[in-house]
Design a binder for this molecule. Sequence first.
Ligand code: NAD
Length: 423
Amino acid sequence: MSEAVATSHLRENPYELARTQLEHVGEVFGIEPNLIRVLSHCKKVVEVSIPFQRDDGTVGVFTGFRVTHNVARGPSKGGIRYHPDVTRDEVKALAMWMTWKCALMALPFGGAKGGVVCDPKSLSEKELERMTRRYTSEIINEIGPERDIPAPDVGTDSRVMAWIFDTYSMNKGHSVLGVVTGKPLSVGGSLGREEATARGSLYCIQALAGKRGQRVDEYTVAIQGFGNVGSNLARLLHAEGAKVVAVSDSRGGVYNPHGIDVPAAVEHKRETGSVVGLAGTDAITNEELVELPCDIFAPCALEQVVHAENADRVQASVICEGANGPVTPAADAILEDRGILVLPDVLANAGGVVVSYFEWVQGLQEYFWQEDEVNAKLRDIVARAFEETWQTRERYQTSLRMAAYGLAVQRVAEATTTRGLYP
Ligand code: NAD
């Protein structure tokens, strides 16, 4: 049975891109080349095969990964992706970006990521559960509350996290709340986690508006991807009075220059499985959405959607990276020349890992916070990181991405140097 599918959405090798970015950061911020050499490698890459029984009695076998990039600042943290295009190098790049994101947010975590090469939509609920439990068993010695803590990413959700939590806990003989974040509230999840990534993006957009003397309700926004990040960002921006002119998912996009009824789009997606066909909108492709006239374009789906071939046609004045790695380095250079500001992924989508950190802390303490408290603490952390990044950008006269990576890599480098090279 063949389990790999589809042509990859990746135009370039993301791990090579991540390493090139790191080398560039090393040059701009004068970081010791020995440290850059250490940080350009992942600490551990585990590849597993995942046999599981399908509903028709046949056995499917998927390939899964769990990668730890760095643990100098604490246990590693990062999501698990279920997608047909997952590759070892994609997971390695995503793990490295998690290290920088956690450091930029000043969380006591290193970076990790997991992935399974599969199309979760083609599996029944029971198949998804069996596959998830077997994947968890295969990586059970890699994860744990003091070691490596997974979370949701593309194609996984709180339900999948509950199965991981249960499988791990059954093997340990007691409930281990801190093993995974993004859990349902009934089994130790945190209030506010579901929308935390989008909320962090909103706080960045608000901070930027403040710097520019503008208001969020003046903005028009196009959002690619209508899953956890995209749909919640659309909802939050709509509630703040911004005009969401386009949204999309893997099946296509919808556009209305006068503004989309976001609650109706959420309902339409729930009923039909897609935003496509929403009343009062025109159909557009995901490629067209990238080039729409608007103030903010928020890619909230997959990597490399803004690249060398379309960066000169982007009409937004700001790109808010809800997704990880949606803008390639070649596109970054073009956008910078054109004066288009990029709110980089490690800053703009870090709200998820911040509230995952809160969930981990609450789980360890078995003491749970009110939603207002979660959101207020999230705002403090994201606003501080935004301000530090903004100041660094001014000081080094560089892009926000370079400033964010510079701050983050310096923090990881300092922890690495302070701990020393073992043995
Ligand atoms: P999700 O699975 O909930 O949603 C993904 C969305 O993207 C879906 O609407 C899907 O239809 C759409 N999509 C898939 N392929 C597409 C394509 N080729 N073109 C357009 N749309 C496509 O995933 P998510 O959790 O919302 O994650 C989205 C992005 O945000 C990823 O890059 C992820 O790494 C990043 N991210 C997620 C979190 C989180 O907390 N969930 C945190 C930080 C970053």
